[in-house]
Design a protein. Structure first.
Length: 305
């Protein structure tokens, strides 16, 4: 016999009321956590933007003073420049390394699963452990990298002690963790229909033609996802600069989040730190919006006619 479900207007029955109550009850940990640890602090930080607070005395209203100070602060400009350098140079290199690894490991190889695991593992190493390991690698006296340079006849580099080499060192370190991007690229590559590649090969298209005209357009949504997430992550560089250089040398690795942390928890300028945090948030939102707007020119989505 077929079962017919009839919906009636009015107050919910006892069973439906119990389901509604249980649903809210099971969702309550997330809702409470979101309100207490996300929404609440964000709203309070907006209040701090127009106040001066050292966490010991009551907040004092300063109006737009924190915002005016931010536009006149030379360290804010330097931190923004350092972050932009890391973003515009580091993110494209991360995407290229992750994509190259994904293309290489998308082929049928002996020990393919082992290689994928090896390249992915660095991306899940804890940030502090990662920073400590790379501090030893970049050591100017006994670091592995300088020893390798001397082996091939290149001079030593004071990676974390030279303002000109510090940011490239951080970018080089970020390439070690491109495994998570590789995994996402692999998922996209495995969704490319093999029939298209085989048809193009029969028509005479070479490997590069198949790569640029079929494979790249087909995984362009995956590229967009990795691009957006990587840009957001590049504006949140904190642990490595705090552990390895404390923003030095000569503030060359003073990134936006580290400068925000320094003002809030070292200098106890919570109002100004909240202003910097909201400025970082707005910059990230603007970049994300621009990426989605420009994606219409190069991202292709599958449609059914």
């Amino acid at each position: 016999m077929a079962t017919t479900i009839v919906y009636k207007k009015g107050r919910p029955s006892g069973v439906r009321l119990q389901e509604w109550r249980d649903g809210w009850l099971y969702a309550s940990p997330f809702i409470i956590g979101f309100l207490v640890f996300w929404a609440g602090p964000m709203v309070y930080s907006l209040y701090l933007v127009v106040n001066d607070w050292d966490m010991m005395s009551p907040p004092q209203f300063v109006g737009l003073g924190n915002i005016a100070h931010m536009f006149q602060d030379p360290l804010m400009a330097q931190a923004l420049g350092n972050t932009a350098y890391y973003t515009f140079i580091g993110v494209p290199l991360q995407l290229m390394v992750g994509f190259a690894l994904a293309v290489a490991l998308n082929r049928k190889l002996t020990g393919q699963a082992l290689y994928r695991t090896i390249f992915y593992l660095p991306s899940i190493v804890p940030a502090v452990a990662n920073a400590l390991v790379w501090s030893q690698i970049f050591n100017p006296d006994f670091g592995v990298l300088n020893n390798l340079f001397q082996t091939v006849g290149l001079p030593k580099v004071n990676w974390l002690f030279d303002p000109r080499a510090a940011k490239p060192a951080f970018i080089l370190m970020s390439l070690w963790g491109a495994g998570w991007q590789m995994v996402i690229f692999l998922a996209g590559l495995q969704g490319v229909p093999q029939q298209l590649l085989e048809a193009a090969e029969i028509d005479g298209a070479g490997p590069m033609a198949r790569f640029w005209n079929i494979m790249v357009p087909m995984i362009s949504p995956t590229i967009l996802f990795n691009l957006v997430v990587s840009v957001i992550g590049s504006f949140q560089v904190f642990t490595s600069s705090l552990v390895m250089t404390h923003g030095g040398p000569q503030n060359s690795t003073l990134f936006l989040v580290l400068y925000t942390y320094t003002n809030g928890f070292n200098l106890f300028k919570m109002g100004y730190a909240a202003t910097l945090a909201w400025a970082t948030f707005l910059i990230i939102m603007i970049f994300t919006y621009l990426q989605f707007r420009l994606s219409n020119r190069w991202v292709y989505y599958e449609t059914t006619v």
